[in-house]
Design a protein around this ligand. Structure first.
Ligand code: ISE
Length: 345
């Protein structure tokens, strides 16, 4: 591998353009070489503004062009699988946005193809693993002073839901972050799940909002996750670990520190701003993830600590099991083992 990685970004929507901007701002050892999007005008505008040399209207053409050494996939979830497969065929390292694929069947197929590849190529962009707050939570838990972990409580709220998606997308597209990061924090796999809901918001008809997810891990720890994807007031992610001797939680609205904003106490009020979406909240995580991926790719590895193909498959399997609970009126359902999932199909 050369010492400068030529990177191509497929997808110029919210996340593709965010990754492209981060690359253009400067990541040691990497250069943004190409962008691809079926929306040619958008791809050309992004390439021109960031100085990317090549534009493709088809991501597969970029993958086969020989113009890039590594690829970032940031297209809508159902389009991930064929592009990841093309990268594996072309022997190109790939950072695929989460989820690896919306269904366990597709994700399992990618894991089998990846297992057959001569070297590890696939990293999945579960960026919370690189967030300083989540890393600090994990380090503190591992240090052991608070005793054993007993329960966790997470809240994940978005301002507005993506249009045209149903209740299952809340799990497969949004809750997958908690489904990935909670076992990473706790050190144990999720083994059974239950989906619950109560009174729905009148502001969104397409899906049930909010939803409550219960996840039990192999150590018996119960993780509760509240998802509200149409919460209106701001982007809000919380996580509290309940241990034997105390609790540990993420700081409130940590992006304020980065955005250089203040919490103001005035006229009998306490006021603070919320980010409008996940990009400012997880800006440091996205940058750290990209830097780690580039460094590892140049060294012929996949980044330590990032989500692997198997981690991502496990997350999709848990998400699919939650959707099964949703359609079974909230029954508690066992999560199938990865070996069984990989044997099927
Ligand atoms: C989005 O795709 C993300 O990855 C965000 O982090 C999450 O908060 C949001 O709900 C997803 O739709």
């Amino acid at each position: 591998m050369a010492d400068l990685l030529r990177i191509g970004v497929i997808g110029t929507g919210v996340m593709g353009s965010d990754h492209a901007h981060n690359l253009a701002r400067g990541v040691r050892g990497a250069v943004l070489t190409a962008v691809a999007d079926a929306a040619q005008d958008r791809a050309e505008a992004l390439a021109q503004s960031l100085g990317a040399a090549r534009v493709f209207t088809d991501g597969s053409d970029m993958i086969r062009s020989g113009a890039v050494d590594a690829v970032i996939i940031a297209v809508p979830d159902p389009l991930h699988a064929p592009l990841v497969e093309a990268c594996l065929e072309a022997d190109l390292p790939v950072l695929c946005e989460k989820p690896l694929a919306p269904t366990a069947g597709e994700a399992a197929r990618l894991v089998r193809l990846h297992d057959a590849a001569p070297r590890p190529l696939l990293t999945v962009g579960f960026m919370r693993r690189f967030d300083p707050g989540y890393r600090a939570l994990r380090a503190r838990l591992e240090a052991g002073a608070d005793g054993a972990l007993l329960m966790t409580h997470s809240v994940h709220r978005n301002v507005e839901a993506y249009p045209g998606q149903d209740s299952s997308a809340t799990v497969t597209n949004s809750a997958v972050h908690e489904i990935d990061v909670l076992p990473w924090l706790a050190g144990h796999e999720i083994v059974s799940v239950q989906w619950a809901c109560g009174r729905p918001s009148s502001l969104i008809a397409e899906r049930h909002d909010p939803q409550l997810l219960l996840l039990w891990d192999s150590a018996g720890v119960l993780h509760t996750v509240e998802l509200q994807v149409h919460a209106q007031y701001g982007y809000d992610v919380r996580c509290e670990l309940v241990c034997e001797r105390g609790t540990i939680e993420l700081p409130a609205v940590p992006s304020l520190v980065e955005a250089d904003e203040l919490v103001v106490n005035t006229q009998l009020r306490r006021q603070a701003a919320y980010p409008a979406d996940w990009r400012p909240r997880f800006a440091a995580a996205y940058r750290a993830e990209l830097a780690a991926w580039v460094e590892a790719t140049l060294a012929g590895r996949i980044p330590a600590g990032a989500a692997t193909a198997r981690d991502a498959l496990r997350t999709t399997v848990v998400a699919e099991t939650l959707v099964r609970s949703m359609t079974a009126d909230g029954a508690r359902v066992e999560v199938p083992g990865l070996d069984d999932v990989l044997k099927e199909g």
